[in-house]
Write a new protein. Sequence first.
Length: 403
Amino acid sequence: MFQNAGGFSLLLAAAFAVPALADPPRTKTVYLTPISGSQYLTAEFQRAAGATISYQVSSDLATWLAPGTGGAPGVVETISPGDSLTTIARLDRSVSAAGKYFLRAVGQNAVRRVPLDFDGDGRTDCVVVREATGGAATWFIAYSGGGSATIAFGLGTDYYVPADYDGDGKCDVAVWRPATGQFLIQLSSGGTRTVNLGAAGDEPTVVGDYDGDGKADVAVFRAAASPTGTPRLLSIGSLNNPGGTTTDVPFFQTGDNFFPAPGDYDGDGKADFCLQGNGAFNLRRSSDGGTESVPFGTAADLIVKGDYDGDGRSDFIIAQSGGANFQWLIRQRDGATVGPISFGSVATDILVPGDYDGDGKMDLAVWNSSTAVFTVRRSSDGQQMTFAWGAPGDYPVANFQVH
């Protein structure tokens, strides 16, 4: 811990003891940075190779918040020149602003959770499903590392819910069958798994790692039955749950006009229950059970899941369909807003976000339903790349968590 004369404190903390997290970041240097006559608390952290760092801020060493939330200072982060593993983190509030704050760095995801990464190379793959009329569904996977696979799995009436359910760093082919309330999973590590959860009318595309063990948990969102009812999240955790007990989490607001938007908004390695509605993203943080309502977006917008800036925390992302092109707007967890970014045709394109370049940041991407071409706007350099895959009439699976 570092204490300075202005009353600010810095706690140089270890990572949480969760298997999905990397080795704790190592503190290299702590110092005060002069900016416009004021002093700002700064620290340099050495992260493990292959890991990212996220941060939490507290004023009492007990209730940790994502930076910039609940009145806590934000964090300004840069990479040390010439050393890609050294991260410089600075509070955005000067020591003269009064108050005592603690900052801890958390090593995120030794195995990064990359959406639709079926070959485990850290990049999203191009995937479409072709549905036979009233019959079987066939998955066509183009691996980003080269090669492809064709897998017959599921029915045309199923929901597609691929994720890494076995924790081996590779996405598993999976569906949810509303007629039976079952998740059917073909594990990349071998074998299949069937999990009973949910009923017709539920929304199963909220699967995620809610217990932080590095494995996706089956989950469904159950909308409120009336304007005075309570939406719920039902999940079956894979961590220390041999009996398959269902966790039933009621939301902290009532109403039937919410849309699911799960993600790891506090950077603790666990998915947070989040709904978008009433003109705001409303979330319950897994790190401390606290709640937030962040004004952003409307019911007419599409909700896109992802970490746009690579800080280990999901950002609030919407795509508006007014005009000829989609307008993407991103509100990062530090409060900064990016956009609007005009990308993708409203008339022909389907949103398929993912990390296609493997830099730890979500790329804006679309699939053209007329030409069957993926177009990706890479976060690494802002350039666009295209890849023809599938055929008109297919369904691009990366769209399954866009609401």
